[in-house]
Design a protein. Structure first.
Length: 375
């Protein structure tokens, strides 16, 4: 699950959805930053102490999508890093402005133990468009394969033999809409029992491919709806949050639903376990975030001036999680000392069936995976 990010691809800024930046400080000019004390966000006047993470595991870089794997009791995530190659490959037409050289970015898919966060496998993923990873999607399919969606490509990884298959997506699609956010890049992905459903920017349909990456009939979205930013399947439908042509710049979007064909159902994992949590992201603005179950239950939320982070592992509890506030002073371009405060950036989250919660965050000391346990 991810929050909103801005991402540049093929020379364009693009807005994509699912868990991301919650609070950050951007300062322009000649700045000297000196951060001092670290506090913990508190839920208003409550005296309840914030719950500390059970584990904090450093990772190689930002992870903007984390998926739970019930087949292997693992979590999966992708990290993008600049390549050490001194000679970047020649870029495709239109991917860089004249006189510039695109940064070569390597993509690595990691499998980590769901209990410890320790890496057990890694796979190199192609990244021909030099995506930064901000909008990548990682998901586990019903056939136990692991899928990664980039801007204009889908990768299917078989963890048993490390085989990677690729489905390239055309940038130009007949009938695409003309909105302020240009392009037809992938915005979301989910699975039925035997196919993948792919949402794309400026398309009022879901592209459908088999689990072996073969094209299947598309599913039409409700009239005026396009580019779902968050999507999940139920037994008989696809539920989503998506913008509309009446308000194409909407951050939060609106709930929409597509009925699955009568012969298709959602996927189950082992022993009837839901393959993916039935979550939808509801995000009304740039500083608050909510992760909700399909039944409307709020699971994870960041809100208020203190950016309090709360987790509801079930309907009877709401836990305040440790979300340290870093405070200090900066020297602005006028030479004035200005007090600032910042919080970690929440990039992705996934709740496990045993009431454990993994968060991918950017902290002052680097990118981490943090595990919280409902006691």
């Amino acid at each position: 699950m991810r929050l909103m990010h801005h991402h540049t691809n093929s020379g364009r800024r693009r807005l994509t959805a699912l868990l991301g930046t919650v609070a950050s400080i951007a300062v322009i000019g000649y700045i000297t930053l000196s951060l001092g004390s670290v506090d913990h966000a508190r839920a208003g006047s409550t005296a309840t102490a914030a719950q500390e993470p059970t584990l904090s595991v450093p990772i190689a870089g930002q992870a903007y999508s984390v998926a739970y794997d019930p087949f292997r009791s693992a979590i999966w995530y992708v990290v993008m890093q600049p390549s050490s190659t001194t000679e970047p490959p020649q870029s495709p037409p239109g991917t860089a402005s004249p006189g510039t050289t695109p940064e070569t970015v390597e993509a690595n898919l990691y499998e980590a133990d769901a209990a410890t966060g320790q890496i057990t496998k890694s796979f190199a993923i192609p990244n021909p468009n030099h995506d930064s990873g901000l909008s990548d999607i990682v998901a586990v399919a019903p056939d136990k394969s692991v899928w990664v969606a980039e801007s204009y490509a889908i990768y299917r990884v078989d963890p048993t033999d490390s085989h990677v298959e690729t489905l390239n997506l055309p940038e130009t699609v007949p009938g695409s809409l003309d909105t302020p956010n240009q392009g037809t890049f992938v915005t979301s992905m989910t699975f039925t029992s035997d196919s993948a459903l792919i949402g794309r920017n400026n398309l009022s349909l879901l592209q459908q491919v088999s689990l072996s990456l073969k094209p299947l009939p598309d599913l039409s979205l409700p009239n005026g709806t396009f580019a779902p930013s968050s999507m999940t399947t139920t037994r008989s439908s696809v539920e989503m949050v998506a913008p509309t042509t009446s308000s194409p710049g909407s951050v939060a979007g609106q709930r929409a639903s597509v009925q699955l064909p009568a012969t298709t159902s959602a996927a189950d994992g082992p022993n009837g376990m839901d393959l993916a949590p039935q979550y939808l992201l509801v995000r009304p603005d740039r500083v608050t975030a909510e992760l909700r179950a399909f039944d409307g239950r709020a699971i994870l939320a960041i809100a208020g001036p203190d950016h309090v982070l709360t987790w509801s592992p079930d309907t009877s509890r709401q836990l305040t999680l440790s979300w340290p506030r870093t405070s200090g002073e900066i020297t602005n371009p006028l030479g004035q000392q200005v007090e600032v405060a910042s919080w970690p950036q929440l990039e992705a989250a996934v709740e496990l069936p045993d009431k454990h919660l993994w968060l991918a965050a950017a902290t002052a000391s680097g990118a981490v995976l943090e595990l919280f346990t409902a006691s």
